[in-house]
Design a protein around this ligand. Structure first.
Ligand code: NI
Length: 183
């Protein structure tokens, strides 16, 4: 089932998220729905708060990204904890399904170490770099209540203020289903 994506300004995007206690049919259905929703909106990552659930869960599919390591990288992250971020810092232009039509450069570490459960509740501790790390950092921020626009240069942020306000009022054309505040 395709779910509406919660837009910038929705309180759930800033809400503290809860750990997922048990695997269940409901959780597996939610994960399937999140993949369907992400593909429908041509996204490469989606976090639970973006579909209105304050849970420590995000998914990603970077298999269409050239030279991503590991190749064909697609994964579900349940109760993830970033244990360390390291390596050089690099700038990359990010976007977000909750903030349509806005892209901006964000500086982040190139590498990270993360502990998480996959969709079978199998525990992993892995290191990632490059685009895989970048997508994980962006999605992990979502479950911490942080949006990429919080991390951009102050001048750029003030330039985007009006456009962000427009999104929170639903004044934006989007090719996928969204849920705007107070609507
Ligand atoms: Ni996002």
């Amino acid at each position: 089932m395709i779910l509406p994506i919660y837009a910038f300004g929705q309180p759930v995007l800033r809400k503290p998220t809860e750990e997922i206690e048990d695997n269940s049919d409901e959780l597996q259905q939610l994960i399937d729905d999140m993949f369907e929703t992400m593909y429908e909106s041509n996204g490469i990552g989606l976090a639970a708060p973006q579909i209105g659930k304050a849970l420590r869960l995000f998914i990603l599919d970077g298999s269409e990204i050239e030279n991503i390591k590991p190749e064909g990288f697609k994964e579900v992250f349940i109760n993830p904890q970033i244990e360390d971020e390291f390596g050089i810092k690099w700038e990359f232009e990010e976007g977000c399904l909750s903030i349509p039509d806005i892209r901006a450069n964000v500086i982040r570490h190139a590498e990270l170490k993360i502990n998480y459960l996959d969709r079978d509740f199998k525990e992993h501790t892995k290191t990632f770099d490059g685009m895989a790390a970048r997508i994980i950092q962006h999605e992990y921020d979502h479950i911490e209540g942080i949006l990429f626009t919080d991390r951009i240069a102050p001048l750029k942020r003030s330039m985007l203020k009006r456009r962000l306000e427009s999104i929170s009022k639903g004044r934006v054309n989007v090719g996928y289903k969204m849920k705007f505040p107070n609507r």
